[in-house]
Design a protein around this ligand. Structure first.
Ligand code: SF4
Ligand code: SF4
Length: 437
């Protein structure tokens, strides 16, 4: 009874504290422009199964891909165990499913134990790569401070989780023999019977009883801690990778969205009929969150900060300031800033107006956006189908079309496009030029 009450109290605290933050993320995504995502349902499901569930792109780097898969599989299987923990917590019992699902129970627990040990090895290797061998993609400027600590905190949390599973199982196995009327028989757990059970055989039974409950609670509290912590962390990708890969762009890579107003101007130049357009938004491209598509914002919250995009970015590799990972992190941070500080208001027509006088250009410099070669290498590399190129192009469009910005070296190109409809400084119009060639 006391345990059930304590468990429900902790659960209520977890729901209370995590709800507001998850809601903030939901609101931040809602700030984006609506986008038509109808159709292509089959390829969307395929993307989700292959890239979110199947982690396909992770194996482009086989070593880290395999170790990541250990952690991922351990996480998935531990969720099954979490169901039992919830039932036990609310009912105040021990191991609700032991005795009830036959050989499946020890099979499940042994699978979790084996995966947990593999995940422990992977976690230690990941900690080593970040902190000792200092892999280049984890040392960029945007990963200093909180993002660096965030990754380490989750890895350390995983170690506590795994140790608590093994200790809890070891103590339980000892007690299921000693007090079978209280601790139902769950079968033999191979790894914990080898490594942690012996710790309790030579001690007082009370110590085993205390340890079983202590590590059970530790395990529960770490899981609950993850739930509260996840929305503050890049590890939110554990959940968001699924909707993100489902809603990922299914067009050919690198295809740019037309701007209907400009499309019509070009059509006019060629004597073609204008295409039907919706009412003009009054701006081109995007300078802030509310002018981007909601998928860009979902992508920003789904970013794992793995840096695979930055590691292949030719601009970054040649020493330019651009890092596609930083672009996505900036979009996420700006979205959070807007929602957290309520730095926006909705006009009568439903349009969002930003009230803090800031924009994404306060975080992302022009030097960064103009360094992009539009090569799509970042899009290809991203394991969760994020497209950092698209927001870069939207920011560029805004700067060029709304601020008359752009590098001075590009000006002759713009002039030629306007006067000759081609990028070269030719005297003929494009029609004459194409007919003469
Ligand atoms: S598209 Fe731009 S940001 Fe992406 S890899 Fe190429 S240069 Fe870098
Ligand atoms: S955008 Fe993709 S590749 Fe780049 S850091 Fe985020 S998850 Fe990794």
């Amino acid at each position: 009874m006391i345990q059930a009450l304590a468990f429900l109290t902790v659960l209520a605290v977890v729901v209370y504290f995590s709800f507001s933050k998850y809601r903030q993320i939901w609101l931040a995504i809602q700030l984006g422009q609506s986008e038509n995502i109808s159709g292509a349902a089959a390829s969307r499901w395929k993307n989700m199964l292959l890239f979110a569930l199947g982690q396909r792109k992770m194996f482009a780097k086989p070593v880290s891909g395999i170790f990541h898969a250990f952690i991922y599989l351990a996480f998935i299987f531990t969720q099954i165990e979490t169901i039992e923990i919830l039932v036990d917590g609310v009912s105040g019992n021990h191991r609700f499913f032991a005795n009830k699902i036959g050989f499946l129970y020890p099979l499940l627990i042994n699978t979790i134990e084996w995966l947990s040990i593999l995940a422990l090895i992977a976690t230690i290797i990941f900690l080593w790569r970040r902190n000792v061998s200092k892999v280049r993609r984890f040392q960029s400027a945007e990963l200093k401070g909180w993002p660096f600590k965030d990754a380490n905190m989750i890895l350390l949390g995983e170690i506590v989780l795994i140790v608590s599973i093994m200790m809890m199982n070891g103590a339980y196995q000892y007690l299921q023999i000693q007090q079978p009327d209280i601790y139902p028989d769950g079968g033999r757990f191979y790894l914990s019977s080898q490594f942690t059970l012996p710790l309790f055989e030579s001690s007082l039974q009370d110590i085993a009883v205390f340890s079983e409950r202590f590590f059970w609670w530790l395990h529960v509290l770490v899981i609950f801690g993850f739930i509260v912590y996840l929305p503050y962390s890049k590890h939110l990708h554990i959940f968001l990778a699924f909707p993100n890969s489902y809603f990922a762009d299914t067009n050919e890579r690198g295809r740019m969205k037309n701007i209907p107003e400009i499309q019509n101007e070009v059509r006019g130049m060629f004597g073609l009929e204008a295409v039907a357009t919706e009412e003009s938004k009054g701006y081109f491209g995007a300078s802030d969150i509310h002018q981007m598509g909601w998928r860009n914002i979902l992508q920003a919250f789904s970013c794992t900060e793995c840096g695979r995009c930055t590691a292949v970015c030719p601009a970054n590799l040649t020493g330019k300031k651009l890092s596609p990972r930083k672009i996505m992190m900036d979009i996420r941070d700006r979205s959070e800033e807007l929602v957290k500080k309520s730095a926006f208001q909705k006009a009568e027509n439903g349009e969002i107006e930003i009230t803090d006088g800031k924009s994404l250009f306060d975080r992302i410099s022009k030097e960064e956006i103009y360094a992009c070669t539009s090569c799509n290498a970042c899009v290809e590399a991203c394991p969760v189908l994020i497209n950092p190129l698209q927001p870069i192009l939207e920011l560029r469009r805004y700067d060029i079309l709304m601020n008359s910005g752009g590098p001075p070296e590009w000006l002759p190109v713009f002039n030629s496009l306007e006067t000759n409809q081609c990028v070269w400084a030719m005297t003929d119009s494009r029609t004459q030029w194409s007919q003469n060639s």
